[in-house]
Design a protein around this ligand. Structure first.
Ligand code: CP3
Length: 356
């Protein structure tokens, strides 16, 4: 957990920004900063499957540290995956090359929900072991006096339920919405079971040294405001509150959420992640006073010529106007094929252009 300076504030500018406290410049990190666009990651990936990397603390820590140092960012997100909790819950899945995650027997009935286990979250503690190594590595202050922040993460119950029910990525989420609309008892049981495991898993990560927990609700944008409010908000609020009670700030992120931001705010999250479709100023206005925001450069802008990319970075910073509570990031993850130099440049420009 975050160490304090003499003034009682965190020694990490990233953590201070999460809490809307003063910073000397805007902190920066990137969603999916360790991934297939990076040759160092691909070198590790040649010898290990994705799940092997996640489940081997030395390797997960190495991948996490390498990416954060190569990009010279202000936070390191632990290398793991959203779907890891499926295994101790009793749901088999694998990553199929080029297809993403595949759940072999997707959840479609109340009986299947009843069979999911919530008593084995301890089996996920390989992630906490990796966080311990990363936190130890980044414990000393950097040359500028700042301590790099450590981000743990979990999926939101809705997005994980979507994967469990659809069995993989989906376009229209027909199976998920069918179950959600037709069997409220099964839906609630599924969301509650996920929350039980996710809260325990987040606690392991905080105990191991995570300064902040990011909750990924990547597919929340598939919902109308009414459905989000009826079927998702109460459960997500419960999870956000349980994680905040661990003593760390919570970042709540989703994609295509412009219509949902003011409702997502009701979860009580400290920071809302903005995707790139919403202008940052507009997103922050919708999120409301007193909440921090993270975002929101289009990840595909990293393929643009240097002058245009720099202009886009400046535009995000101008929209944030050096107000306390902005964390620079992309509106979603870095995609394979992204030029590493472009990411390094953005990291450098954010520092130069945002100095107070
Ligand atoms: O630095 C980092 O951010 C990497 C750590 C990380 C991974 N997954 C590793 C990974 C994080 C934060 C995630 C979260 C995650 N996993 C999300 C939420 C973030 C988002 O993008 O909205 C989601 C939806 C998943 C589920 C998942 N995992 C999918 C849909 C895929 C396939 C997509 C693809 O790009 O192929 C994965 C695989 C995955 N997880 C990869 C990585 C680096 C790429 C595959 C690989 O290395 O084999």
């Amino acid at each position: 957990m975050s160490k304090q300076r003499a003034d009682g504030l965190s020694d990490s500018r990233f953590v201070r920004a999460c809490l809307c406290q003063p910073v000397d410049r805007t902190p920066v990190w990137f969603l999916r900063q360790a991934g297939r666009y990076m040759p160092e990651y691909m070198a590790v990936r040649r010898n290990h499957s994705l799940l092997e990397i996640c489940r081997t603390p030395d390797v997960a820590a190495e991948v996490t540290i390498t990416a954060a140092e190569r990009l010279d960012v202000d936070a390191a997100i632990i290398f793991a995956d959203l779907l890891l909790p499926f295994t101790p819950m009793g749901l088999d899945f694998e990553f199929v090359n080029g297809e993403g995650p595949v759940v072999h027997q997707p959840i479609r009935t109340r009986e299947q929900v009843e069979a999911l286990r919530t008593d084995r979250a301890d089996e996920l503690n390989y992630v906490a072991r990796a966080i311990e190594q990363v936190a130890k590595h980044f414990a000393p202050a950097r040359p500028d006096g700042d301590r790099l922040g450590i981000i743990g993460f979990i999926g939101a119950p809705f997005t994980l339920a979507s994967y469990m029910i659809e069995g993989g990525s989906s376009r229209n989420y027909v199976e998920m919405k069918k179950l959600m609309y037709s069997d409220r008892t099964a839906w609630s049981m599924l969301m509650d079971k996920l929350n039980t495991v996710l809260a325990a898993y987040a606690a392991q990560q905080v105990q191991a040294g995570a300064d902040v927990i990011q909750i990924f609700d990547s597919w929340a944008g598939a919902l109308s405001v009414q459905d989000y409010r009826d079927f998702v908000l109460p459960f997500t609020t419960e999870l956000v509150q349980r994680v905040k009670a661990l003593g760390v700030p919570v970042i709540y992120f989703g994609v295509d959420t412009a219509s949902l931001l003011s409702t997502m705010r009701e979860t009580g999250a400290d920071v809302l992640g903005l995707d790139w479709r919403v202008p940052l100023e507009e997103g922050w206005r919708l999120a409301g006073e007193g909440v921090a925001v993270q975002g929101n450069l289009d990840p595909i802008a990293l393929f643009a010529p240097e002058d245009l990319l720099k202009q886009r970075v400046q535009q995000v910073l101008t929209a944030a106007g050096n107000r306390n509570g902005h964390i620079f990031n992309l509106g979603h993850g870095i995609v394979p094929g992204t030029p590493v130099d472009a990411v390094i440049n953005v990291s450098k420009w954010v520092k130069e252009l945002s100095a107070r």
